[in-house]
Ligand binder design. Structure first.
Ligand SMILES: [Zn+2]
Length: 491
């Protein structure tokens, strides 16, 4: 009896694939995609995933030679096992909005919310098991859902993806299987603004391909645009009591953050994108406000008309496309210990430095650099804090001047003095930064990353994932982006 139970268990054990042992696409898959709609529900401690509709898409646009993602990325993972051989035939990481919600105060207080998230797999030729997993605070995977799919299932929606939208292909370098297919979706553009959308996209694409590694690898991309007019222009700004009727219902103030822009219509987003072959989605929002967002292996969203929009785009696309972490740290962010102390983050561009001699970008370190790397951070931070307090005082002074409660000439003298102090501090900060970076960009381990001023480290002083005066990614991020490009295209 005992033996029988054991052998039955053995039969249901799903076999992990050895590293780099990629299954044959033609043996296991049709050249089509299966989109699985998921409802992800939870609070900070619990989560539950239930399956909605299954939808067939006409093409699998990814690189058929890379079915098992060769690196771990994202807080969730989808794995597909062949029902006959039990072999792992597809695996990819992803993030969702629930994962972000789980780190916020309402979630900590036990308020459960549901988010829409669609994941895609290549369409299996025969019955297959789909396993969904989520990571805990220690990055260990736990199964959240497990179900069988059958490609012959009559319940799979197989209607044409065409929604009658206006589609263009501004960059067409070739076969979707061997190129990264980037699609821009118009959000908050009215019927009269299609030309503006097309020219905004050209501006964004032009900017992206001036940044490395995109610049050198431009030939490996296709770019499409999908235009569907919104009833009103712009996007929701709840804190300003502004609400606009737009195609994807995007909104600022996501998770209570001022500049965080997202859409909760995860299913509508994918329904629209599926009109063309796509690997990565960019939602371009017709708004001049500063802001954006990016969810790994889902979409990036950014406004079109702020003077920093092009930088925001490169940054958010870094999250969505390559699974890069934020390298910045600030008290302005409402996440509560986004990264658990003492746990090495999965993202390639930040580290908890638990083993300094073996920092994960060891091969890119500047020879002889100390790890962790001193860089005058404390000095810059204290100068910045002083500068902010001077600027606060200046602001208060100007308000008093405006409402006439201050005295004219003395006030102007004080204002001039503070302006001088502000400029003096700015120059001092620049000179410290210059001494440590601009003269000689170096790869080390610089403390301050992943929202934490202490305990997390980034590879270089400057990078588009923190801020970059020269609009560049650090060398570690560049490599991670190049590896993401390899997932969807062929060298
Ligand atoms: Zn970086």
């Amino acid at each position: 009896m005992r033996h029988w139970t054991l052998s039955l268990l053995m039969m249901t054990v799903l076999l992990p694939a050895k590293a780099q042992e990629q299954p044959s696409f033609g043996e296991f898959f049709f050249d089509r995609a299966l989109r699985i709609e998921l409802f992800c529900t939870g609070d900070a401690r619990n989560e539950e995933v239930t399956v909605g509709s299954l939808i067939e898409e006409p093409i699998w646009p990814g690189n058929p030679a890379v079915l098992l993602q060769p690196f771990e990325r994202g807080h969730h993972k989808v794995s597909v096992y062949d029902s006959v051989t039990k072999r792992l035939i597809y695996a990819a990481g992803y993030d969702d909005m629930l994962g972000e919600y789980q780190t916020t105060a309402p979630a900590q207080n036990g308020i459960r919310r549901t988010f829409e998230r669609a994941v895609r797999i290549p369409m299996p030729k025969r019955a297959a098991f789909v396993v969904l997993e989520s990571r805990d605070r220690k990055n260990l995977l736990h199964t959240t859902a497990k179900f069988q799919i059958d490609p012959r299932d009559v319940g799979i929606i197989r209607e044409s993806p065409d929604r009658g939208d206006r589609i263009m292909h501004p960059i067409a370098n070739g076969d979707p299987h061997t190129h990264v297919d980037l699609v821009f979706l118009a959000e908050g553009y009215t019927a009269a603004e299609q030309a503006k959308f097309e020219s905004d996209v050209n501006r964004f694409v032009g900017a992206l391909f001036t940044v490395e590694p995109y610049a050198s690898l431009k030939q490996r991309f296709n770019v499409s645009t999908i235009f569907r007019p919104s009833v009103e222009e712009g996007t929701d700004e709840p804190r300003q009591h502004v609400f606009r009727s737009t195609v994807l219902q995007s909104s600022f103030n996501a998770f209570g953050l001022d500049r965080y822009l997202l859409t909760e219509d995860g299913f509508a987003l994918r329904r629209m994108a599926a009109e063309v072959p796509y690997d990565a989605i960019v939602v371009l929002v017709n708004s001049p406000r500063y802001g954006g967002g990016g969810i790994y292996n889902d979409y990036c969203i950014t406004t079109a008309d702020h003077r920093a929009s092009l930088q925001v785009f490169a940054h958010e696309f870094g999250h969505a496309f390559a699974g890069l972490a934020d390298e910045y740290y600030s008290s302005d962010v409402a996440y509560n210990e986004f990264y658990a102390p003492g746990v090495e983050p999965l993202e390639p561009n930040i580290t908890a430095l638990l083993d300094p001699p073996n920092v994960k970008w060891k091969d890119l370190l500047t020879p002889g650099i100390p790890v962790p790397t001193p860089y005058g951070r404390d000095l810059v931070d204290s100068l910045s804090a002083r500068r902010w307090s001077v600027r606060d005082s200046l602001g208060a002074l100007r308000r008093r001047e405006k409402d006439g409660s201050g005295q004219g000439s003395r006030m102007r003298a004080t204002e001039t003095e503070w302006k001088r102090e502000d400029e003096r501090l700015r120059l001092q900060i620049d000179s410290v930064r210059e001494a440590y970076h601009w003269s000689e960009p170096r790869v080390g381990a610089f403390e301050g990353a992943g929202y934490a001023a202490r305990g997390l480290y980034r590879p270089m002083v400057y990078c588009l994932m923190i801020s970059s005066p020269t609009n560049e990614f650090c060398l570690v991020c560049r490599r991670a982006i190049a590896r993401a490009i390899d997932l969807y295209s062929v060298r």
